[in-house]
Design a protein around this ligand. Structure first.
Ligand code: SDX
Length: 371
């Protein structure tokens, strides 16, 4: 019998992996990504540089970044059968279901599928970074019965991702805000979706199967699905007083307020939320969306007063997506697209230093029964 160890519901506070990729240094309110501060990276580096740091283990020089962009551009087109599969799914299917299905269908088209070597998983990572945004944008445009938008070679990776969704070339400001949003979402230690991916990867199954486990997890409203719910709440509230009333009614009904609280940050502000709050303030200044910032601030004040809780990234990311013209059902799929960089890094690390995950249980059921 394994020696009795403490049972922690939800593995709360349990160290479940050793990693060189990232760490939430809560005491110093810093998110460490391979030694750098995520917030500094998000403000000073393009998303693809952060992705290279995560997956390859170091920041790319200018030539390496250009090479990465070119390789991604070459791998961007989706295999036509994958597009056909997306087109066959119900128009009412949630974009996270299209993403899970499309990502799963991509696997068999990857010639390196069963090769877990560093070189092969690097090539697979390029294909995933190229094609996940395409699955999201193509799936959405098919559902809306709008023409699929071809990438514009004059636009960068993030700008093309936003363009492929909205059909409108983003301004410099919009492209910069979207790129910062992708970088801020790129990696966050061991959330449920990353844990799901490495647990699955630890059986030495293929990289796409591990990623699909991550999508399945992230769809849940307690995790990635919160950003969509935040925007619906803000729209329903309309005004700061309306939001205060809505939150108080939800709390009275013992409901969770999406966008608040965090397993790790507990009673501290998610550092990423602070960065997105600043980004939102800058984005809406002087625009018809100006009231959105004051609306969000009121919600933050009410939750702090009533529950001592702080916003997590989703609370301020949701209105940034909204101002950028991203359709609400795509908030969580874009969260996943950004997080593929972190997931790919963790899956590669798991392959390189593998130990099959197989925890034990504390059995509390009946014993000694006989037929
Ligand atoms: C993400 O892990 C990650 O890093 C995730 C993420 C990432 O980048 O990958 O950061 C992204 O998933 C952010 C979280 C998005 N989810 C939400 O915003 C959903 C709403 N949040 C909660 O459901 C909750 O805060 C969790 C799930 C995020 C964390 O929950 P815990 O750690 O399990 O906390 P808990 O359920 O034990 O709650 C502790 C107390 C409870 O009060 P009591 O019942 O003890 O009186 O705090 C209360 C809870 O009721 N509480 C909330 C609340 N969150 C916690 N009350 C109202 N609204 C909330 N949002």
């Amino acid at each position: 019998m394994a020696e009795e160890t403490t049972f922690r519901p939800g593995l709360e506070g349990v160290i479940a992996a050793e990693t060189e990729i990232s760490w939430l240094d809560v005491d110093h309110e810093q998110i460490v990504l391979r030694g750098y501060d995520l917030l500094e990276l998000a403000q000073k580096c393009p998303y693809l540089s952060v992705a290279h740091l995560l997956i390859a283990g170091r920041l790319p020089d200018k030539e390496e970044l250009t090479a990465l962009e070119q390789e991604i551009a070459q791998e961007t087109p989706l295999p036509q059968p994958v597009v056909d599969i997306l087109a066959k799914l119900p128009r009412t299917a949630h974009p996270m279901d299209l993403l899970r299905t499309g990502l799963s269908a991509l696997g068999p088209f990857d010639p390196d599928l069963e090769d877990h070597s560093s070189e092969a998983t690097w090539r697979q990572s390029i294909r995933v970074l190229a094609r996940v945004p395409q699955i999201i944008a193509t799936g959405w445009r098919l559902q809306q019965e709008e023409p699929i938008v071809e990438n514009d070679p004059k636009l960068g990776y993030s700008a093309n991702f936003l363009y492929s969704i909205t059909g409108k070339r983003p301004t410099q400001t919009e492209a910069a805000a979207f790129d910062e949003l992708l970088a801020v979402y790129s990696e966050h230690e061991l959330p449920n979706s990353t844990f799901a991916a490495i647990v699955v990867a630890s059986t030495l199954t293929d990289l796409y199967s591990a990623l699909v486990a991550g999508v399945a997890s992230l769809k849940g409203p307690l995790h990635g699905g919160a950003n969509e719910a935040v925007m619906h709440m803000l729209i329903e509230a309309k005004t700061p007083d309306g939001l205060e009333r809505l939150i108080l009614d939800k709390l009275a009904a013992k409901e969770r307020i999406m966008g608040f609280g965090h397993r790790v940050y507990m009673h501290k502000m998610d550092p990423r939320a602070q960065l997105m709050k600043t980004a939102l303030h800058q984005l809406v200044a002087g625009t018809p969306h100006e009231g959105l910032f004051d609306l969000c601030v009121r919600g933050e004040e009410v939750m702090h007063r009533e529950k001592g809780l702080y916003p997590n990234l989703d609370y301020y990311a949701a209105p940034v997506y909204y101002v950028l013209g991203v359709p609400i059902p795509l908030y969580t799929p874009i969260f996943f697209a950004a997080r593929t960089a972190g997931l790919l890094a963790h899956i590669r690390e798991q392959y390189a230093h593998n130990r099959l995950f197989r925890p034990r249980v504390r059995y509390i059921g009946p014993q000694g029964l006989h037929l």
